[in-house]
Design a protein around this ligand. Structure first.
Ligand code: SAM
Length: 213
């Protein structure tokens, strides 16, 4: 089930504004060029921002491909939304089927050792934004629970125009690097590389997995 952030129209409408300039997508575009990808499947695409960026570079970016694609991506830590080994493996298998032989899956994962959730507090995440046509929006995050690898948190949005406060609750799994590498191997990928995210050095791993062929 989608988080309210994407299922509630008032929140979906401000997602791109809240996310800002999206420098995090630059290295995905660079990798698409490096890998010579001409077609893209963006898994967990949110508002479709990356597909639009890729289409602007001449790629065929589609959410439901009829043909196998050169490249699949999961931008903005989508891998963390899968909470069980089974769901994650099913996703990897589905992407594998959608890739052409020799195609690539590129995605990022937060290094759990950095404990990003310790900074998910109202104090450190509070922002006040002016949304064109909507008015002032205040937003912040609070962690609501930590259980092993699972971190739950609540995003709050307060709309100045009518005082309405909406929340979006999420749980994320902080995978270990070994878990990701094992899951890729067991679902038929070759690990072609693991890189740093250039805009978040030392905090995340960018996995490049290839479908043999
Ligand atoms: C953090 S957002 C990232 C959105 C987008 N990739 C971006 O860069 O803005 C996570 C995305 O994963 C999607 N998602 C959540 N649970 C999912 C699931 N079980 N299967 C597929 N997508 C899911 C959400 O709807 C949302 O689009």
């Amino acid at each position: 089930m989608a988080d309210a952030l994407f299922g509630e129209p008032r929140l979906a409408a401000i997602y791109d504004l809240v996310e800002g300039e999206r420098r995090d997508l630059d290295h995905y575009l660079a990798m698409a060029a490096e890998l010579g990808a001409r077609s893209l499947l963006d898994v967990g695409c949110g508002t479709g921002t990356f597909a639009c960026h890729a289409a602007g570079r001449g790629m065929d970016a589609t959410r439901l491909p009829e043909l196998q694609v050169d490249l699949a991506t999961m931008t903005a830590n989508v891998a963390h939304v899968f909470l069980t080994d089974e769901d994650w493996a099913a996703t990897l298998r589905g992407v594998h089927a959608a890739l052409r032989p020799g195609g690539h899956l590129v995605f990022e994962v937060r290094d759990p050792a950095r404990q990003a959730w310790l900074r998910w507090t109202r104090e450190t995440t509070y922002r006040s934004l002016d949304a064109p046509g909507i008015g002032r929006v205040e937003t912040w995050w609070d962690v609501t629970g930590v259980s092993g690898e699972l971190v739950s948190y609540r995003r709050t949005y307060v709309f100045g125009a009518d005082g309405v406060a909406l929340t979006s609750d999420s749980t994320r799994r902080f995978w270990s690097r070994a878990e990701i590498e094992d899951s890729l191997r067991s679902t038929g990928y070759v690990l072609a590389g693991v890189r740093d995210a250039p805009d978040r050095p030392g905090r995340e791993w960018v996995f490049i997995a290839r479908k043999p062929g």
